[in-house]
Ligand binder design. Structure first.
Ligand code: IMP
Ligand code: MG
Length: 188
């Protein structure tokens, strides 16, 4: 009997996601509107591909005039397992000049082991970012292997593998409108 992984129950509906992203947009707007010695042009850095939908919707929900946007492509997962090694960080060095002295907001889909976000935040600081903050749509409610705190979190979720709204399983299911729990269908 073959077991196939496929999207199961809906964890977060489109309506829930939309409402929460709007709230996050308002909170982030309020924060970055405050005067800062590091200037008024925050730099939003999306982590591709998972944060693609979230970044787009968050940017629509934010009301700030001079945000600069860039993306970095990082990967650590194979299937539903973290591989422990992070690929793609080197691509960040090209951003060096743009982030130096700036306030950077990392936008990612999910905080799981914490490896991706801690490595990324450390590299941005090394490149001279004046301030690094983190916004994630989802955070798994389990001890992160590396202690990382998100400054803005959309939803805290149980420790399950989820897909949809940008999150994938081996490149599949990213375009689902809702966030669903990946589950095993036996006997198909
Ligand atoms: P971390 O480094 O373990 O915190 O995980 C980082 C990356 O793994 C996230 O940015 C996601 O791209 C991916 N990831 C972790 N958990 C899930 C999941 O449940 N579904 C899909 N991707 C995940
Ligand atoms: Mg990711």
């Amino acid at each position: 009997m073959e077991s196939v992984m496929s999207p199961g129950r809906v964890l977060l509906s489109q309506t829930q996601i939309r409402a929460r992203v709007r709230q996050l947009g308002r909170n982030i707007t309020r924060h970055y509107r405050r005067p800062s010695p590091h200037g008024q042009r925050p730099f939003f850095l999306g982590v591709m591909n998972g944060a693609l939908f979230f970044l787009g919707d968050l940017l629509r929900a934010v009301d700030l005039d001079h945000v600069e946007i860039a993306c970095v492509r990082l990967a650590s997962y194979a299937g539903a397992q973290s591989t422990g090694s992070l690929r793609g960080l080197a691509g960040l060095d090209a951003l060096g000049k743009s982030v130096a002295g700036r306030r950077v907001l990392i936008v990612d889909d999910i905080l799981d082991t914490g490896r991706t976000l801690s490595a990324l935040a450390a590299r941005l600081k090394k490149l001279g970012a004046a301030d690094v903050k983190i916004c994630v749509l989802l955070e798994k409610r389990r001890a992160h292997e590396i202690p990382v705190r998100a400054d803005w979190t959309g939803f805290k979720i149980a420790d399950a593998f989820v897909v949809g709204y940008g999150l994938d399983y081996n490149g599949r299911y990213r375009t689902l409108k809702q966030i669903r729990v990946l589950s095993t269908d036996c006997g198909k």
